[in-house]
Design a protein around this ligand. Structure first.
Ligand code: AHG
Ligand code: MN
Ligand code: MN
Length: 331
């Protein structure tokens, strides 16, 4: 979307900060640091295949999944961009089992950052879009440094949420509660430039559903009935990339219905609440869509553990409501 003027993410963040007289600049700095991590990860992603960054390590993460080399790189890039800034009280990551504390030699700050450093790991080695997802909360515990309690806050308490999609271009998309804004990386100058101001899910939306149909037999009868309707009388097309970031990015730009349901083998689905579903829920809602666990807003669920999962239905409001009606046996 050509702009008549060039707006870097730095300029945009400063302008946004001026809208809040009480702002100290700490939040702006934090987003700068996340954008820096995104550039560092993007550089490694675009070199993948030329350097020894592809393939797996011989480690398993807390989810029992084989850790990819790029998972480790991205996790370290996020931690190292944030841990010394004096802006963060603690962090949590899909790739780290427990709380990531700020080392004593670094000052601690008021923000909590939880993240999925590399989303869509199964797509890394086949050159399909992958991403990074992050969520920012304010510290609520009384001590100087953050605790688990600071990470286990409902999505409604998020100060900001965002993702980076490493695709045909690298884009950073975020919201701090005043709309959703997309920035495209110009690698020749190393700057994220405003390319998608005030992103809104289009109305009427594209009739596309997105789900891994290989699990059909594991679904509830209501879930099976929903998908059968969508692909027959509903007249929907289907797109499934297998990277949550890429599937949601497409849904934001075109509309549609993304689903990762609970099933007989994963009673809470696969996607993690804290650093996948909740940040994406804030973005989807800010863009005019709906984000539900099939019954209620994902943003209203208070996490009980760092890596807990949630069934996930996100996208065009009417489509998510249709899914909820089917799941409730009312359609
Ligand atoms: P991650 O690579 O961070 O573990 O996330 C992968 C997730 C998500 O990106 C995607 O929607 C989902 O896994 C795909 O799962 P299936 O392969 O079971 O469809
Ligand atoms: Mn993920
Ligand atoms: Mn991941």
């Amino acid at each position: 979307m050509p702009q008549s003027h060039v707006v870097t993410i730095s300029r945009f963040l400063v302008d946004q900060e001026h809208l809040h007289p009480e702002a100290t600049g700490a939040f702006t700095s934090l987003l700068h640091d996340i954008a820096l991590a995104a550039k560092i990860i993007s550089r490694e992603v675009t070199k993948a295949g030329l350097v020894d960054i592809l393939g797996g390590t011989d480690e398993e993460n807390v989810h029992g999944e084989q850790v990819q080399k790029l998972d480790v790189f991205a996790n370290l890039a996020m931690i190292r961009a944030l841990d010394h800034t004096g802006l963060v009280a603690c962090m949590a990551s899909e790739e780290s089992n427990g709380l990531i504390e700020i080392r004593k030699r670094f000052p601690a700050g008021d923000y909590v950052v939880v993240f999925d450093p590399l989303d869509g790991s199964s797509n890394i080695d086949v050159n399909v879009s992958i991403g990074t997802i992050w969520s920012i909360h304010r510290k609520v515990s009384k001590g100087e440094r953050g605790t688990l309690e600071d990470c286990l806050q409902p999505g409604t308490r998020q100060v900001a949420a965002g993702y980076v999609v490493y695709g045909s271009s690298t884009m950073l998309v975020y919201t701090s509660g005043a709309g959703v804004h997309g920035f495209t990386l110009d690698p020749s100058i190393g700057e994220f430039l405003l390319s998608h101001p005030q992103m809104r899910i289009p109305e009427p939306p594209k009739k596309v559903y997105s789900i891994n149909e290989a699990y059909y037999r594991r679904w509830s009868p209501e879930q099976q009935k929903l998908v059968t309707y969508l692909k027959t009388d509903g007249g929907f097309g289907s797109r499934y990339i297998g990277s949550f970031v890429a599937d949601i990015h497409r849904t934001l730009l075109q509309g549609g219905l993304f689903m990762y349901p609970a099933d007989s083998e994963s009673p809470k689905g696969k996607l993690r609440l804290l650093y996948e579903a909740a940040p994406m829920a804030m973005i989807v809602e800010q863009a005019g869509g709906r984000a539900s666990d099939g019954k209620r807003r994902i943003m209203e669920v208070t996490p009980e553990s760092l890596h807990q999962r949630t069934p996930t239905y996100m996208g065009s409001k009417g489509f998510v409501e249709l899914a909820e009606a089917y799941l409730a046996g009312k359609a």
